[in-house]
Design a binder for this molecule. Structure first.
Ligand code: BGC
Length: 844
């Protein structure tokens, strides 16, 4: 499509209409000139399709979460995963993917850490660029988010992240810079938060000067959902698209602003030109909606996400218990305990959630991997459900799902749909036969099978009116007895909970009917009918008894999408519930205990020295269970390395004094000294350092040789590192190179920073030379300049001779490489760096 020609033929009304979405997941079409509506989809866990989490749709491939991908340290693999998700988006008719999330792991407690890659900006940036390349190889636009300073969920819609310029430039902007410059990302999503008191949607210095000017970004900038305030300021600042629609700040409001003379029509032209030419890059305007024919559950997709899960699994500690030797008859009885052992905790919570393909839990997968010769016993040990699970989830399963009858305001049955469980939320009527604003209702029916016998506590949160019957009897009546508003479900749009209970017998099917009434008008309509499994008093004792005569115990602990979710930070570093006690007691009863930590972010591991091995498997996507089983039995090697430090105590984390926030501000008080930069700076011991991870073989990292690369013209070095697999099986190593300025520095610098890495896989006895490149940026810092330099000179001269002698005048902000000596530290983690080579950078 000739964008300029089309643009010239559009009316002002049409142009402004393009600047806001049409609905929740698509842009406005202008059929008169052949501009189609373009559909968007989240996101970081996979391409769900154009609908909100948990509401209809076909299953999608659920990839390992961001922090898992971070732990792979493997850009090539991340690119393949990106290509898979890009294909899935396209198959669903969506040409814009709302991922990757590239905010940094500033605090282990941040609710969306699981979506993000790492605490390190370089690792995050390299992986983000790779993911973007993969997605866009399918001609689907990747959206890097959330730009910028969105490292917490606390008051996320209004908080001001107070970040100094150096920390912004050297840490928080870097992943975006990589995604845009190296990955060629074609869309950026602004964040909900403010930075230093100003909305990011209202910053021309960010959206125009930096993004487009400095980084050469040629794509579109969209808001986070409902995340824009001012029409005029945002239109002038370089924001192109308000999502979702219908527009509040843009669209009709922008039209009015132009008519009132507050915004130039040329600004609107710029916005529309950027929007349309971005779409045009992939021919989207000419062939907009690909056929909606998702590929289904493909073996090759399963294989790829399984490899990614394996490569993300970090073996934190191993006294030799792993891999389990199931073949030699050494292991005859394995106890698999813990609240996450038989629960599919494969993704975090919030907008990134997808409806996954069938998932094998760690317990089920381990049973398969160990084979018939090994007796596997299971106990939950304790419960960590934060709220009730929707009926249909594990524990009270609905083998055939739920049938949904959609009824219009006149009582006519207009459509039939299906749901996997009893949780749904609608912002639009559930069927096109119902006019928006009209009343409608649903009748959801299904048969469930209890997994345990006992009293099931039930709860109902609703936005609408809901009546729930089980086995023919009404057990929760939100129609006759509506609970008050103010609940936390559905982004706070649901009521408080109505509670009840029912006695059920394991294996005995029972009918469930949920009647839901949506009143006329209203914004959101939904219900979550939940249950809690019976919680016998002796749950933990049973687990301890089960492990006593096991040869090996695998304890699967962790969190869930309820504990790690968009919209909410964690309030504790500890594992939820009585899991620490469970690990301690199990380890006391079984000498060979392996702990699997199934969480998207670091958690406290106070018992770490009392157990045989610890694996961190994150939220590993739909193949997490089988991948974990592969690693446990040694069919695969744990390839992951920590992309984020696990501290000894949360109080040591550099953000601790400034997390969450208060009084509308979240101060990034540690500045540059975030993550391992901060622990290093304060010489704090850590539980497991950044970059750490063991394997099933051993590697020797030889002394590196360093050579300047004069041909490149600028500062550049090639670091060549000999690497040999000295163990008995194939495995991978991540060779890491950190740069540390030697001696005094003009401005504060972190003790060392990751500047290059490579993941290498070798056969036993095989050697290679790993080549790492360091460019000028590897030695640079951002000099914010000193704008008041002139003004303070007289005072300086007056006061002391010493100050008068300071002549370095760096008023102009910019990247700066100071001449001097820099130490290149090479090894396998930020705390295991056996080799040091000094290089000298001379002044020019
Ligand atoms: C999230 C975004 C997401 C959007 C659409 C927002 O609440 O912050 O990351 O892409 O919703 O689901």
């Amino acid at each position: 499509m000739n964008v300029d020609e089309v643009l010239a033929g559009l009316t002002l009304e049409e142009k402004t209409s393009l600047t806001a979405g049409a609905d929740f997941w698509s842009t406005v079409a202008i059929e008169r000139v052949g501009i189609p509506s373009v559909r968007v989809t989240d996101g970081p866990s996979g391409a769900r399709g154009a609908h909100i989490p948990g509401v209809g749709g076909v299953p999608s491939v659920c990839i390992p979460c961001g922090s898992a991908m971070g732990a792979t340290w493997n850009p090539a693999l991340t690119e393949q995963i990106g290509a898979l998700v890009g294909r899935e988006a396209r198959d669903r008719g969506c040409r814009v993917l709302l991922a990757p999330t590239v905010n940094l792991h500033r605090s282990p407690l941040a609710g969306r850490n699981f979506e993000c890659y790492s605490e390190d900006p370089l690792l995050s940036g390299v992986l983000a660029a790779a993911f973007v390349r993969g997605v866009q190889s399918r001609e689907v636009i990747a959206t890097v988010k959330h730009f910028v300073g969105n490292e917490a969920e606390f008051e996320r819609g209004s908080i001001s992240s107070v970040i100094d310029e150096r920390a912004l430039r050297e840490l928080y902007l870097v992943p975006f810079e990589h995604a845009v410059r190296d990955g060629g990302a074609l869309a950026v999503m602004t964040s909900y938060n403010r930075v230093n008191g100003k909305w990011n949607t209202e910053r021309p210095e960010l959206l125009l000067d930096l993004l487009r000017g400095e980084w050469g970004f040629g794509g579109l900038v969209m808001t986070d959902w409902f995340g824009v305030v001012d029409t005029v300021v945002s239109a002038r600042a370089g924001l192109d698209l308000e999502m979702p629609g219908p527009g509040r700040a843009f669209g009709p409001a922008l039209l009015a602003a132009v008519k009132a003379g507050d915004v130039d029509e040329s600004s609107v032209d710029d916005m529309v030109r950027r929007l349309l030419s971005t779409f045009d890059r992939f021919g989207i305007l000419d062939a907009p909606v690909a056929p909606v024919a998702p590929a289904g559950d493909l073996t090759e997709d399963r294989a790829l996400v399984r490899r990614a899960a394996i490569e993300s699994t970090v073996l934190l500690r191993n006294d030799g218990v792993l891999p389990l030797d199931a073949t030699a008859g050494v292991v005859r009885r394995v106890a698999v305990v813990g609240p996450n052992a038989n629960a599919p905790r494969i993704m975090g919570g919030g907008s990134s959630q997808v409806l996954p393909h069938p998932v094998e839990t760690p317990l089920a997968a381990l049973r398969v991997a160990l084979g018939d010769g090994v007796d596997v016993v299971h106990e939950r040990g304790c419960v960590i459900d934060r709220s009730a699970r929707p009926i249909g989830a594990r524990g009270l399963v609905a083998p055939d799902g739920f049938d949904v009858e959609v009824v219009d305001g006149e009582g006519r049955s207009v459509a039939r749909q299906s749901l996997p469980d009893t949780k749904f939320l609608f912002f639009e009527p559930p069927d096109a036969a119902i006019t928006k604003g009209e009343a409608w209702s649903l009748r959801v029916t299904g048969t469930v099978v209890p997994e345990e016998t006992g009293r099931y506590d039930l709860s109902l949160a609703q936005a609408g009116a809901t009546r729930v019957s089980i086995g023919g009897a009404v057990v929760l009546d939100g129609v006759a007895d509506p609970p008050p508003p103010g609940g936390s479900e559905f982004f706070g749009l649901a009521s408080k909970e109505l509670t009840g209970g029912v006695d059920l017998v394991a294996g005995r099917p029972v009918d469930v009917v949920v009647e839901f009434f949506a009143p006329a008008g209203g914004f959101a309509f939904g219900a979550r009918v939940g249950f809690r499994l019976p919680e016998p008093a002796d749950l933990m004792e049973r687990a301890v008894a089960a492990v006593r005569d096991a040869d090996v115990t695998v304890v699967v602990v962790g969190t869930s999408e309820e504990w790690e979710s968009e919209g909410r930070d964690r309030t504790s570093f500890s594992l939820p519930g009585r899991q620490d006690e469970l690990v301690r007691r199990v380890a006391g009863a079984c000498a060979r205990t392996v702990v699997v930590v199934n969480a998207g972010a670091p958690v406290d591991l106070p018992w770490v020295d009392d157990v045989g091995a610890v694996l961190q498997c994150w939220f590993g996507g739909e193949e997490m269970g089988p991948a974990l089983a592969d690693v446990l039995v040694g069919a695969a090697e744990p390839g992951g390395r920590l992309a984020t430090t696990i501290p000894v105590r949360i109080e040591h984390n550099p953000s601790y004094d400034n997390f969450p926030g208060e009084n509308g501000e979240l101060r990034y008080g540690e500045g540059l000294f975030m993550g391992y930069r901060g622990y290093d700076h304060r010489c704090l011991p850590v539980r497991f350092p950044f970059g750490h991870g063991l394997g099933y073989t051993t590697f020797a990292i030889g002394a590196p040789s360093v050579e300047a690369m004069p041909a490149s013209g600028a500062v550049a070095f090639e670091v060549r590192v000999p690497l040999t697999n000295t163990g008995g099986r194939r495995g991978s190593e991540v060779v890491q190179c950190y740069v540390a300025p030697v001696g005094d520095t003009r401005l504060a610098r972190p003790p060392k920073e990751l500047k290059a890495f490579a993941k290498v896989e070798l056969d036993p006895g095989e050697s290679t030379v790993v080549s790492l490149t360091l460019d000028e940026r590897a030695f640079a810092y951002w000099d914010p300049g000193q704008s008041d330099w002139e003004a303070i000179q007289p005072r300086r001269a007056q006061l002391t001779a010493v100050e008068a002698g300071i002549t370095q005048d760096r008023r102009a902000p910019g990247w700066q490489v100071d001449p001097g000596t820099y130490r290149l530290l090479v090894g396998r983690s930020s705390a295991d760096l056996p080799h040091a080579v000094d290089v000298v950078i001379r002044g020019s």
